[in-house]
Design a protein around this ligand. Structure first.
Ligand code: ATP
Ligand code: MG
Length: 661
């Protein structure tokens, strides 16, 4: 076993996949784009000056700042430290004051087809009343409030109401269990929970309140539960503790003075997706976070608030929902769609019907959704008018080049720029992404750190890899929206992010630089496989599989192997058009033989999977990310590990039955 070590000391990851397609911006798009190439130059010349300009241009400060960055307490940064502001005032009130009260902030589409329209003036009244209601329950500046709601406008209202009084919110996915809820409430020491009777999912009213009751029965410091009535289903009621949201808002004043807070006042705590292990309570503060979120929303999505209709399909329980449903769009005074339910209820064209209905112009979604749409087949979106779309984004995982091409061709009509945005709960806002109108985009690459962001790819010895090389993605300078820590655990903060490379933030992801220096994400370094001394990335082999016309989605893991150290094991989902071929799934079938040969041809024999299992589903987190560690358990013949953050915990037993058939 000396070979793997030798390869390891050379560092980095092998670079196997070659993708040469490129899409320069059209002249028309470039002429009207918000972003400019000069932004990079300006930020390179004076990074702090650049962010100070953005902070003053995009936000309204109650008290201006004199200091920009203070990193003397590294790894905890302070941005705009002596400035003061309020997040909810910036997201809502100032637009009403500017005469935009009648502009639609939210077009809400419930899963059963009910709709609501909230203007900025409506939002101002609701947020003010909700802030008053929270104060009436004893919530004060600095107190934590847990939010456990479906994707309904009240989720946004609740977050902003907390921000309005300076009470950090902790949003917990509506799909999480009572157990997960209990541990998150206790970790953040929340005194109030905002929930609903239930929400609509897959054509049914799905209860939420019982999970809160159960979580509280296990012991928490919670004193009050505010309950939104969404479905009208029966709920148990604890007198004195439970309060009706509608009654509390009706009793509160429609006016409320926002609490001005320090730029470094905590805005929220959010637990990571839990893709790799126990979720971490990531802490974000106010001024720097809002600055970078507002800047990236405006420039990466090229938003024209008076004309665009934006739709981000993420749940508010995920960081994408925080930064690009609640804060980014509203800070910019944009109009957005919020959809409550699942993409296939009541039919598999629901999303495309929503795009047509609201004339969505900018769409932000995740690779998992794109691959699911690929699996269902392109006849479905073909039945809708998607011509309003002018830009589309992707986030959450690497987007396989073929999925990117499909997204652009089938959904974007071969016309829209696509922005693949790399970032994390920890980074708070987008970090690496093309700038539409400026960058010639490449399918599968996030490409370049945004203006004001410094990133690099390092080898084992912390040397930057040359163009063409692969290694570890790091962030080499503080950025405004960076996390300020892990709630209650400063040591874990240092250990997790700052101990691998001296003075640098290590993101946990592998990446490569191509011959132009553009960044390609290669998956998590925990998932890197070592096959006969070659360090292979999951993403590249998955992308090779997805480039075969039969395959919609693939997950690859390294399983122990007596001869090669590790061997590549792949799990694939076929496209609807080819599902008949899956009947004889398993080793030796034609599909499997063909796919193994395809990988060998696309990226080389070393990457050829030892086995390929055709499956109907893959284990995913609630935010739609593949949980490869569970597949590795199965591939190595173990019982699957912790499944508490899985969207559907029964998937694992179905896959392992297939494996051992
Ligand atoms: P945990 O940290 O608990 O394991 P998580 O990392 O899935 O969970 P998030 O913060 O939601 O939690 O996800 C960030 C991660 O998602 C990134 O580190 C990266 O692995 C992946 N990711 C996000 N966007 C992209 C992208 N555009 N390309 C490739 N990977 C991406
Ligand atoms: Mg992570």
């Amino acid at each position: 076993m000396s070979q793997p070590d030798a390869a390891q000391t050379q560092g980095g990851l092998e670079n196997l996949l070659h993708e040469h397609r490129s899409f320069p911006p059209s002249a028309e798009f470039a002429a009207q784009a918000n972003a400019t190439a000069e932004m990079y130059e300006r930020a390179d010349a004076d990074r702090e000056g650049f962010w100070a300009e953005q902070a003053r241009e995009l936000l309204t400060w109650s008290e201006d700042f004199t200091e920009v960055l203070d990193f003397s307490g590294a790894p905890v940064a302070r941005w705009f430290g002596d400035g003061r502001l309020n997040a909810a005032y910036n997201a809502v009130d100032r637009h009403v004051e500017a005469g935009l009260g009648d502009r639609v902030a939210i077009h809400f589409e419930g899963e059963p087809g009910d709709t609501r329209t909230l203007t900025y003036a409506d939002l101002q009244e609701q947020v003010s009343r909700a802030a008053g209601a929270l104060e009436a329950l004893g919530v004060r500046k600095g107190d934590r409030v847990a939010i456990y709601l479906p994707m309904i406008p009240e989720a946004v209202v609740a977050m902003l109401a907390c921000a309005r009084i300076g009470a950090p919110h902790s949003v917990i996915f509506g799909g999480f269990s009572a157990e997960a809820l209990n541990s998150r409430i206790n970790d953040a020491d929340a005194r109030v929970v905002i929930t609903a009777d239930g929400g609509y999912r897959r054509g049914k009213a799905s209860a939420l309140k019982p999970a809160v009751d159960e979580a509280l029965a296990k012991g928490t410091p919670v004193e009050h539960v505010l309950v939104v009535h969404r479905t009208g289903q029966d709920v148990e009621w604890t007198e004195g503790r439970d309060v009706s949201w509608e009654d509390a808002l009706a009793a509160a004043s429609p006016e409320h003075t926002p609490a001005v807070v320090d730029a470094e006042h905590p805005l929220f705590i959010l637990y990571t997706s839990g893709t790799t292990g126990k979720p971490k309570g990531i802490l974000h503060t106010t001024g720097g976070y809002l600055t970078q979120v507002a800047f990236t929303f405006r420039n990466v999505f090229d938003i024209k608030p008076e004309a665009d209709v934006y739709w981000c399909t993420a749940d508010v329980g995920w960081v994408t929902g925080h930064s690009y449903v609640t804060y980014g769009p509203l800070l910019n005074g944009a109009t957005q769609v919020i959809y409550e339910g699942t993409p296939d209820t009541p039919h598999k064209g629901r999303w495309w019907e929503i795009v047509e209905k609201y004339k969505v112009s900018v769409l932000y979604t995740a690779p998992t959704a794109i691959r699911t749409a690929m699996k269902w087949g392109e006849d479905i979106p073909a039945g809708f008018d998607l011509s309003s779309l002018r830009l589309m984004g992707s986030v959450g995982e690497s987007i396989n080049p073929e999925a990117w091409m499909w997204y652009r061709r089938v959904i974007g009509g071969d016309r829209t720029p696509i922005v693949d945005t790399w970032w994390q709960t920890e980074t708070g806002a987008m970090m690496i992404s093309p700038l539409p109108g400026v960058t010639a985009t490449k399918p599968g690459s996030a490409q370049r750190p945004l203006p004001g962001i410094a990133a690099d790819v390092l080898d084992e010895q912390a040397h930057p890899v040359p163009d063409g090389g692969g290694g570890y993605l790091v962030l080499t300078a503080p950025w405004p929206a960076m996390l300020r820590g892990i709630w209650g655990d400063p040591e874990r903060f240092r250990d997790t992010y700052w101990s691998r490379f001296e003075g640098m933030y290590f993101a946990g992801d592998g990446a490569k630089k191509d011959e132009d220096g553009d960044v390609w994400l290669l998956g998590r370094v925990d998932d890197v496989m070592n096959v006969s001394g070659h360090r292979l990335s999951t993403t590249e082999i998955e992308s090779a599989l997805v480039s075969h016309p039969y395959v919609a989605e693939a997950a690859v893991v390294g399983a122990n192997d007596d001869t090669t150290g590790q061997a590549v094991v792949a799990f694939v989902i076929l496209r609807a058009e080819h599902v008949g071929k899956a009947d004889e799934a398993g080793e030796g079938s034609d599909v499997v033989a063909e796919l193994r040969a395809h990988v060998a041809k696309e990226i080389g024999p070393i990457a050829k999977p030892r086995s390929i299992l055709v499956v109907a589903e893959l284990p995913k987190t609630r935010s739609g990310k593949i949980m490869r560690r569970l597949l590795r358990d199965i591939a190595e013949g173990r019982e699957a590990g912790d499944v508490t953050t899985l969207a559907d915990s029964t998937v694992m037993s179905r896959i392992s039955q297939g494996m051992h058939r």
